[in-house]
Design a protein around this ligand. Sequence first.
Ligand code: ADP
Ligand code: ZN
Length: 802
Amino acid sequence: MSQIAHVIVDVPTMQTNQAYSYAVPENLQNIVAIGGRVIVPFGHRKVQGFIIELSDEILMDTSLKTIESVMDPEPVLTEELVQLGRQMATDTYSFLISCYLTMLPASLRAHYKKWIIPTTHDLKQLPEIFNEYGRISWEQVEQQHLEQQILKLKENQYVRFEYEVTDSITKKTADYFELIMDAHQLKQEQKKLTKRAFRQQQLLEILLKKEKGEQLSVNDLRDQEGISRHVIEAAVAKGWGIIETVEVLRDPYQHKKIEPSSPLNLNNEQKKAYDRIIKAMDKNCADTFLLEGVTGSGKTEIYLQAIAQALDAGKGALMLVPEIALTPQMAYRFKSRFGDQIAVMHSALSEGEKYDEWRRIKTGKARVVVGARSSVFAPLKNIGLIVMDEEHEGTYKQEEHPRYHTRDVALWRAAYHHCPVILGSATPSLESRARASKGVFKHLLLTKRATNMPLPKVEIVDMREEMKEGNFTIFSRALAQQLNRTLANNEQAVLFLNRRGYANFVMCRDCGDMMQCPNCDISLTHHLHDNKLKCHYCGFEMPLPTQCPHCGGHHIGYFGTGTQKVEQQLQQFLPHAKILRMDVDTTRKKGAHDDLLEKFGNHEADILLGTQMIAKGLDFPNVTFVGVLNADTALGIPDFRSAEKTFQLLMQVSGRAGRGKIPGSVVIQTYNPDHYAIQLAKEQNYEQFYLHEMHFRHLGHYSPYYFMAKIEVSHKEEAVTAKKAQELAEYLRKQLSQQSIILGPSPRSIARVNNLYYFQVIIKYKAEPKLKEALLHILESSQKEYAKGLRVMIDNHPLNFM
Ligand code: ADP
Ligand code: ZN
């Protein structure tokens, strides 16, 4: 019998979900484990792989290759995650290897390096560069354009290639002085010291107060006692102690002071919801609760208390948020309740810091994980509760391979751990709300704000009327009046500029030519601070032309209004107001989000002006007014969810007003005042919106009545792309039943990005038993044309159709 390992290999150019078998050499037999990373030979090179299965077999095939080495002392993936990866790969039509890599911190991803090593002693046969380095890397070969020469040398066996696989883990370490003498021995040493050895004396005094075996930080000795490393090394030479290097975990939050907080008394609605969740937890029941509660109804307080229960039961908890960088207040609330038990998987952490947080979770030091999408894979071993806040948010869906939805992964893990899931939102996705209606999810409702304050009063302003009345500014009279009132009362305001589907584009007023990206079918966006035109898809940029490249005209005009321009106009309009602007430009630097919000929280500004970024989770009691400058830019997006997105966003932004002791008000400016998404946002009537929208989805055969899958083909030639898309559509029409609706192929709404053409095929289906097989077939066979630059992407339950 031999031990055989089944390994998923990491070969980017030829992916497959097939595991390869390798023999386990004797010296590795007790070290290999399921979920562990190994280095294996593959073709003529070495690659990283994950063991997904181990078996004992009688070895028939003696040509079986052998595992070369094991990369980690203990497996990086738990057996649960190995199993989850398999489910994910079939559900999202992805390759297993990308599922596993997605689950791990980036620093564990393999880096491949190719070395060229001389096999001859006669260095004169080789290029100069070998004299200097002995062996060289393939990058060096490329830099010096030696490719042809090296290949020739290899053919003549003057050099050989060696492949190295590494990861980029960096461990932070610290040195400790460990005392190995007892007090008696130290006293003897003291007698031997001369008077002049002042620092040695000082160190001895300190050591005499310590026990044998105690460890003292070398850095602390230096910083606090002024004892240099030199003195410590001398002590080591005398045999007083030894220096030990210990791995330390970086704590990205150590500079922030956190005030501890304690649980609040839940109100009746909160208590009812909480009790049902706890009951499910006690019974190890994997129920999914849809916690629908208006903004400020105290959902977060329920999460905090339910998680505390999970901890009391000796279990861990997962707390998922849409974007952690945008919700520093949320992270703070969890830190202040749970202290060191928490790991925050913040997107702004460095790779090393992320790896350390991951290690703290893996080793059980942190039992509550707060983080965005990828935190759903946190290696917690015993989960008692999973919470997904703002469950309707689009960021929960990964828009690249593997295209998974966090909600699906959360439900899978909950079933595995027999624990409940809370999906929280003021405006649940239609899919989740529909499941709650059917009883698949348990519906919990919070109807009023926890602080007993009323929801803000919302006013809709028709911007067409404003123009008719002669107001051509971007601020309606109602908005202006409210801003003035807010500032006069020394309260604060939030102004929201909707950027979704909104471009800040530039047009020639003589010929009507739009300034377009040369690589993409999309208009360029004007950036005020460096006066450049930029493409947000491929990164192309150019200076703003003074003359139209098309007709030579000199009347270049702007359309749309960026945050910078709004800021200028706002400042002119309210010269004494202090304004903070929050958008991609002002938040690029690490920590900039937190700083801006902290300033606003300290009332260092009167108005916070921003984009989507300011819609989420902000809880500032002094904000009494929220203005939405342009409610409807997103309504025009060719996506059946555009009304839902608009409604959710307006509800969310409005929810920032009146969270403290003073009631809030909201002004929404729009060109579509009669649209139901806008009218129902004014009424803050989710239930009515849900019913109305469901009716429309039913008529249009959309989700949640139908499931959808999207297949996207791309290639640099339009004809090749169209042909392949056509071929796939025909294949699907043959394979699938009559009940399924297949749309397309058709060019994507942004048909060309970065010089690649995109075509889509959309499948709408209810129950389609053949779908899985057909799509998995398309996935595996797509690899054959991958090298020719033809890409096929499958997105099951897509959120994005652009
Ligand atoms: P949500 O998550 O639904 O927006 P939060 O949990 O943030 O609501 O609560 C909104 C505000 O109400 C917060 O300032 C919170 O401290 C407060 N709050 C929540 N629950 C209670 C309660 N039971 N009693 C008093 N205040 C509460
Ligand atoms: Zn472009």
